[in-house]
Write a protein that binds this ligand. Structure first.
Ligand code: SAM
Ligand code: SF4
Length: 427
């Protein structure tokens, strides 16, 4: 979401005549787009602001701003804590950034905008997407759920969906501009609802896949309680919708899910997984897991490990719980799992996931998979990295191939995070 928002901010600023600086030293404005979901993201911002303090001493004309969820959450108190800051903007106020920057540049230091705007979807602002073959297309903003641990509803406000017609126009334009892949984006894409046409997410997904039959279509994030058989059927019936669902479960214990206010049990989650795998055999599933939420016992933690063994997720984003002020958990529950226990449980989860991913990836050795080449590999100029439809990263020799090529790749090796192989005609 933040990457997509940064691309919207870039367009809004470019429209006002700003241009990207080649380096930090050359910049007249440095703005961080921030995430407040976990405490460690907030700590990283604090470290970077410390670094900017030094830069501002050398260049007093430099303007420093924070955008996104951290300022929305912490508001003006940030000015006192970080005197280096000149301006702050919440997630619904990016259209005001040029005005905020002008005010800050004219000498009014410490300017901010935080108003929630329930109709703001940045409709009509085409995100800046230079140098990529893959495009995020935000389809909704905000979240109406109230997971006990989560700050998002407080920082991004109520759900609102982008108009169906605008999404289709954007998809058409991307298809015509050489993009090869689209990811429909939202905190809970399954809640998509266009107030004008009544279109839901399965209808949107189907329409997008038909509008751009030559592109790969992905989406994230799906909430387990809202995933429907009609959505999975739409996926099954359209060949260009990728066979991958990111379905955050958070914990393997129904008791913890209830405390987390997730709105479903583990039995219901497993039923959904069964339905998905029956309708789309071979689909890959990934998840999010939190270790050490309030009241988590050793038995609850074991149930998370058991769930992982049973489902065999392809990959997972794994975190230990950090209380976020203002959330239901922070207000009403005790953060009673000691930090070393949280970290140990998280490590066990990570180790198990690595073992599971390595096993699944090893099983892929010897198969031929379809890979969309995305970019030059970070490790070597001579290699490209791409992804399978199931969202597995594949690295292979570049040869005469280029980002954007769709290739058949023979898998010859695997780690727990990456597959390696040879493009078929090079085999
Ligand atoms: N909307 C998505 C969903 O409900 O599945 C997830 C969005 S949330 C911004 C991304 C992930 O951050 C969550 O799935 C959760 O695992 C993690 N997360 C959120 N709040 C957290 C907290 N207080 N401590 C640790 N992890 C947290
Ligand atoms: Fe946060 Fe829950 Fe909304 Fe996801 S569904 S953004 S975890 S409140």
């Amino acid at each position: 979401m933040n990457q997509a928002d940064s691309a919207i901010i870039a367009t809004l600023l470019k429209n006002e005549g700003f241009s990207p600086a080649a380096s930090e030293e050359e910049a007249g404005i440095i703005m961080l787009n921030t995430c407040a979901v976990r405490e460690n993201a907030v700590e990283r911002i604090a470290n970077y602001l410390q670094h900017l303090k030094g830069m501002k001493r050398r260049n007093p004309g430099l303007l420093v701003g924070l955008a996104g969820c951290v300022p929305q959450y912490r508001r003006e108190e940030l000015f006192a804590e970080y005197p280096v800051l000149d301006f702050l903007a919440g997630p619904d106020t990016y259209r005001d950034l040029p005005a905020l920057i002008a005010e800050a540049a004219s000498g009014c230091r410490r300017v901010s905008r935080f108003d929630f705007n329930p109709s703001e979807t940045y409709d009509g602002v085409e995100p800046s997407r230079e140098g990529s073959i893959s495009a995020f297309v935000p389809v909704m903003r905000g979240c109406n759920n109230r997971c006990a641990f989560c700050v998002v509803p407080f920082t991004r406000g109520r759900e609102r969906s982008h108009p169906f017609g605008s999404i289709l126009r954007e998809v058409r334009s991307l298809a015509g501009s050489g993009f090869r892949e689209i990811t429909l984006l939202g905190q809970n894409v399954n809640s998509y609802h266009d107030p004008e046409t009544g279109m839901d997410f399965s209808g949107l997904l189907d329409a997008v896949s038909r509008e751009a039959p030559g592109m790969r279509i992905r989406f994230t994030t799906s909430h387990p309680k809202d995933i429907s058989s009609s959505l999975v059927e739409a996926m099954a019936s359209r060949p260009n919708i990728c066979r991958h669902i990111h379905l955050p479960v958070q914990s393997g214990s129904s008791r913890m899910l209830q405390r987390m206010n997730r709105g479903h049990s583990i039995e219901a989650y497993r039923e959904k997984i069964g339905m998905i795998r029956e309708l789309i055999p071979g689909i890959s599933l990934s998840t999010d897991l939190i270790a050490g939420f309030c009241g988590e016992s050793g038995e609850d933690h074991q149930q998370t490990l058991e769930l992982m063994h049973a489902v065999r997720f392809d990959s997972a984003f794994m975190f230990y719980y950090s209380p976020r002020p203002g959330t239901l958990a922070a207000r009403t529950m005790q953060d009673d799992v000691p930090e070393e226990v949280k970290k140990r449980r998280l490590q066990e989860i990570i180790d198990l996931q690595n073992t599971i991913s390595a096993g699944l990836f090893r099983e892929a050795v010897g198969s031929v998979v379809e890979v969309l080449a995305e970019s030059v590999s970070r490790r070597s100029e001579e290699q490209l990295m791409g992804r399978t439809g199931t969202n597995r990263v594949v690295v292979f020799d570049r040869g005469r191939h280029r980002p954007g090529d769709l290739l058949r790749v023979m898998i010859t090796g695997a780690t727990s995070a990456t597959l390696s192989g040879r493009a078929e005609e090079d085999c």
